[in-house]
Design a binder for this molecule. Sequence first.
Ligand SMILES: Nc1ncnc2c1ncn2[C@@H]1O[C@H](COP(=O)(O)OP(=O)(O)OP(=O)(O)O)[C@@H](O)[C@H]1O
Length: 214
Amino acid sequence: MTAVFTGVDLSRRFGTLTALHDVTCTVPSDARIAVTGPSGSGKSTLLHLVAGLDRPSGGTVAWPALAAHPRTLPGRVGVVFQAPSLLDVLDVRENVELPLLLGGRGVGTAADDALARLGLEHLAERLPHELSVGQAQRVAVARALAAGPQLLIADEPTAALDSATAAQVVDVLIAAADEASAALVVATHDPDVAGRFAERWRMVGGRIDRETPA
Ligand SMILES: Nc1ncnc2c1ncn2[C@@H]1O[C@H](COP(=O)(O)OP(=O)(O)OP(=O)(O)O)[C@@H](O)[C@H]1O
């Protein structure tokens, strides 16, 4: 199966600090991977490289199954962050449409389809401050899905949520990845969330110490 991402000997330095050391990893196109590890171990740094949001200081990155140059990745890679990061002045539908518009793509029904997939169509005209934290995070998942990504990346998507809502958001991420046949990579501190994923990469000091075989 062609990988959606391959990284070989990746390092990332910030000034004198080396946040990632010689990481080699592959994300298969049907991946369900949890990235765990203590604060500061390099989870976000690695996810940003996988998402094409940042470039390595050393090593090589490629997205074989996406046949994409990093500049064209936004349509193929959906990203969910710790906070929903919705724009306050836009309603839910407009927030979900925004990446499509910024990417120069037609919107069509993509935003409404993504909202419907997450059971959020009734919230389409609400403003972000009218949502619960869990609803807002599900809208952020819909926004990540709207462009039909083949790789879905979530960086601590449940950190701000209680455990019941966190479980719901993980359900939604897994179901969305299943439905879109997308790879899913989730960074998390939460052992319950990590336990939902067959493959786990534990990061320690900027290196992957695999808990489960790749
Ligand atoms: N833009 C940056 N500039 C300087 N240092 C950075 C930057 N981004 C990350 N770092 C440092 O790199 C290291 C790894 O950070 P990273 O955010 O990847 O860890 P993490 O495992 O995701 O942590 P957390 O669980 O707290 O989110 C940390 O020491 C962090 O301070």
